[in-house]
Design a protein around this ligand. Structure first.
Ligand code: FES
Ligand SMILES: [Fe+2]
Length: 427
C-alpha cells in the first residue's frame, strides 16, 4: 500500500499542496512515489530550469557529436563548423523518427533513415528526396527540434527547454565559485570530461540521489568498508569532531566544505590521499601556473558540490543524474581530467574505476541505499522522512550562507526550499 497524498482540504489554509508536503523538518514520502508529482517535476523543473547535459571537451573538433539525455529528451550535442555547441532534439521533423542512432561521431549532417531527410548539425533541414512532392527544393520551414537555450560555464554545458528564464550564470549563483575551484586545480585552468562516462541505472527516485550527495551523515556507515580497505582518512572528515561544514549555497545548490579540515593539516595533495613527491610533475606544473597560490590550492583540494538539479562534482568525479520515471533514474559518472595534469589524470581514472566503475564499491554502496530508500517509501507508515538534523544549530557564515556541521542536513533543506519554490510556480 502506498501512503495517501494529503488532500487539498488537508493543505494548510492559504498554503499550496507543496506547503503541506514540504515542511521545515520533514518531507512527505509521496514526493518520491507519486507519478503525478513526477510528471509535474518534468514540466516545472526538468523542462524549465538549466539542466547539466555534458562538457564541451566531449565534442572537441568541428562536427563532433555525442548523444546525451536531458530528462526524457534524447538530445544530440553537436559542434558546428563555426565551433558553436548545439543541443538538438533527436527527432525528425517529418514523421518523428529518432534521427541519430550512433552514440558519438563526427559529421556535419544527419540523415533520417526513414525517408532520407537530411539535417545540418545545427538542426536546419538541408534536403529531402523527391522534392516535387513538396513543391520543390527548400520549401519546407521545418528542422530538428532544439533545446531552447544552451549555455556553458567553464566548459560545462547546460540546456534549458524553456525559451525564457534566468541566465545560466544567475542559476548557478554561488555554485560558480565551486566550479572555479575545480578548474583552479588544473595547471592550465581547464578541466575535460572526456575519459568516458559510466552509466548506472538506479531503481530510485532522482531526488534521493540529489539529497544524498551532500549528506555528510552517511559516509562513515555506508562507505565504512571502502574506507577500511583503502585506508582512506575521508570518513573522519564526516564526524561529530570534524571542522568541515555543510553549506546551503542557495538556489537548491549545496556543498560539503572540507577545506577547514585540510587547512588544519596544511599538507598539499592530502585531499587526494597522496603526497607531492608521488606526483612531482603535477606539483611543479601547479607551482609554475599559480606561483605562491599553488600550495593553498593543493591543500584545499577539489569541491564536493551538488548543483541543482543534476550536476554533482565529487572532488575527482562528475555525476550527471537524469530521471527516467518516478522510481527510476540514471546516473552517469566520469573521472575529472585536469588539462595539463597528466600524472594526476591517470590516477583519477583508476580511482574512479575502483569507486564508481562496474565493480566499484562507493557507488554500489550508495545505490543499495537509494534502492532500499525507494522500496521503503512505498510503505505507508510513517508517512514522513525526517530532515531536521542540525536545524537547531545552523548558523550563517560571513558570506550570508546557512551552514551546519559536517553531518547536518542543511544541504537537503536547501534543496527542498528551492524545489518547493519551483513546484509552486505557475506552469
Ligand atoms: S520520419 Fe524522418 S524522413 Fe520521414
Ligand atoms: Fe555515499
Amino acid at each position: 500500500m502506498t501512503a495517501v497524498v494529503p488532500s487539498e482540504s488537508e493543505v494548510q489554509e492559504g498554503g499550496s499542496r507543496y506547503d503541506r508536503l514540504i515542511q521545515p523538518a520533514r518531507v512527505h514520502g509521496t514526493l518520491y512515489t507519486d507519478p503525478s508529482i513526477f510528471a509535474e517535476e518534468l514540466r516545472k523543473i526538468w523542462h524549465k530550469t538549466w539542466v547539466f547535459v555534458g562538457h564541451e571537451s566531449e565534442v572537441p573538433q568541428v562536427n563532433d557529436y555525442v548523444r546525451k539525455q536531458l530528462a526524457d529528451q534524447d538530445v544530440v550535442m553537436t559542434r558546428d563548423k563555426e565551433g558553436e555547441v548545439h543541443l538538438l532534439i533527436n527527432r525528425c521533423a517529418h514523421r518523428g523518427l529518432q534521427v541519430c542512432d550512433d552514440k558519438a561521431g563526427n559529421s556535419s549532417s544527419f540523415r533520417c533513415p526513414y525517408h532520407g531527410w537530411t539535417y545540418r548539425n545545427t538542426g536546419e533541414l538541408l534536403g529531402y528526396p523527391y522534392n516535387k512532392g513538396y513543391g520543390g527544393k527548400k520549401q519546407l520551414p521545418l528542422g530538428m527540434g532544439k533545446v531552447a537555450r544552451v549555455a556553458s560555464y567553464q566548459g560545462f554545458v547546460f540546456g534549458s527547454l524553456a525559451a525564457e528564464g534566468q541566465s545560466l550564470e544567475d542559476h548557478l549563483g554561488a555554485a560558480k565559485g565551486e566550479i572555479d575551484r575545480l578548474v583552479g586545480l588544473s595547471p592550465e585552468g581547464k578541466v575535460s570530461l572526456d575519459a568516458g562516462w559510466l552509466r548506472h541505472k538506479t531503481r530510485s527516485n532522482w531526488k534521493f540521489l540529489a539529497e544524498n550527495e551532500t549528506d555528510g551523515y552517511h559516509p562513515q556507515f555506508v562507505h565504512g568498508s571502502i574506507f577500511g580497505v583503502t585506508g582512506s582518512p575521508i570518513g573522519e572528515l564526516y564526524s561529530d569532531n570534524s571542522t568541515a561544514v555543510t553549506r546551503n549555497l542557495g538556489d537548491g545548490h549545496s556543498e560539503n566544505d572540507l577545506r577547514p579540515e585540510f587547512r588544519g593539516f596544511a599538507e598539499p595533495m592530502r585531499w587526494f590521499g597522496t603526497t607531492p613527491d608521488r606526483v612531482p610533475n603535477y606539483v611543479a606544473a601547479m607551482k609554475e601556473a599559480h606561483g605562491e597560490d599553488a600550495d593553498r590550492l593543493m591543500i584545499e583540494g577539489a569541491p564536493h558540490v551538488m548543483i541543482f538539479p543534476n550536476l554533482f562534482i565529487a572532488e575527482i568525479q562528475v555525476f550527471n543524474i537524469q530521471p527516467v520515471a518516478v522510481g527510476e533514474c540514471v546516473q552517469y559518472a566520469t573521472a575529472v581530467q585536469f588539462d595539463g595534469g597528466h600524472e594526476l589524470n591517470m590516477r583519477m581514472v583508476s580511482q574512479s574505476i575502483g569507486s564508481v566503475g562496474p565493480a566499484g564499491m562507493l557507488l554500489a554502496d550508495d545505490t543499495e541505499m537509494y534502492e532500499r530508500n525507494q522500496r521503503g517509501v512505498a510503505m505507508a507508515d510513517p508517512e514522513w522522512l525526517d530532515v531536521r538534523r542540525g536545524l537547531h544549530r545552523e548558523s550563517v557564515d560571513e558570506d550570508g550562507f546557512t551552514i551546519g556541521t559536517a553531518t547536518d542536513e542543511t544541504g537537503m533543506r536547501g534543496f527542498w526550499n528551492h524545489y518547493k519554490s519551483l513546484m509552486e510556480a505557475e506552469d
